[in-house]
Write a protein that binds this ligand. Structure first.
Ligand code: DC
Length: 223
């Protein structure tokens, strides 16, 4: 496969996008970018700097501060640096998950990150996962996939991941957060979560990671 190929994976929260995107990136020696991490980074910034307090956002001050924000994804480790600090763990905290969809719905945030995402594919190909990669960020991507899975299956996976990290949460909390985010992400005005007409839909509810991987490779090679 050409080293400048772009593979776009969109879909619902915790449907397996990042796991499969990472596997594809290794297989094809392409850069892997988890675009959700960027939105989480901006959300953490809004929370830590006090622009977002008790569900109230000071949008004017936040928009101004965004200009000075430096977000860097380390290509080898996938670690996210926010103004020089490694925030890879912090961005997964429930506090960030609870607010990320609100922040991601702001056009000022999407414009800020759109530019950065496109620049990442400037020199080399990549595999990027998110919500609007095949529809907005890379509408001309060489391969597009759209992941779905039943909410309970997705919540169970996410719950187990969070528990393994020692985070305190319940299955119900995780499920509610996923349902809420899916709803907000799908209904927003700017770049909503939706399947691109030319994307291949993949339901990961009843299949193993390796089965999905084999299926994706088959589709990519057949094109
Ligand atoms: O992939 P994730 O669940 O970590 O993403 C966190 C949130 O970021 C998600 O609920 C919506 C937002 N997001 C987005 O709006 N567009 C993207 N391309 C990626 C993520």
């Amino acid at each position: 496969m050409n080293s400048r190929k772009v593979i776009a994976i969109d879909g619902y929260a915790s449907s397996g996008k990042s796991t499969l995107a990472k596997m594809l990136s290794r297989h094809y020696h392409l850069l892997f970018i988890d675009s959700g991490a960027l939105y989480r980074g901006v959300t953490l910034f809004a929370l830590e700097k006090g622009f977002l307090k008790e569900n109230e956002l000071d949008q004017k001050a936040f928009s101004g501060a965004l200009k000075g924000l430096s977000l860097r994804l380390e290509p080898d480790t996938g670690d996210l640096y926010l103004n020089g600090e490694n925030v890879s763990q912090k961005i997964r905290f429930p506090r960030v998950s609870d607010h990320v969809s609100t922040i991601a719905a702001l056009s000022v945030v999407r414009e800020f990150l759109l530019l950065q995402q496109r620049q990442m594919a400037h020199e080399n190909g990549l595999v990027m996962d998110g919500r609007d990669i095949g529809t907005v960020v890379f509408p001309n991507a060489d391969h597009k996939f759209f992941f779905t899975a039943r909410p309970e299956v997705r919540a169970q996976r996410r719950y187990e991941e969070l528990k393994a990290q020692g985070q305190e949460t319940t299955f119900k909390e995780v499920l509610n957060n996923l349902i809420h985010r899916d709803q907000t992400d799908s209904c927003r005005e700017v770049a909503p979560l939706r399947k691109s007409d030319d994307a291949i839909e993949i339901d990961t509810s009843e299949v193993t990671t390796n089965q999905v991987f084999a299926h994706l490779i088959e589709k990519i090679e057949a094109k």
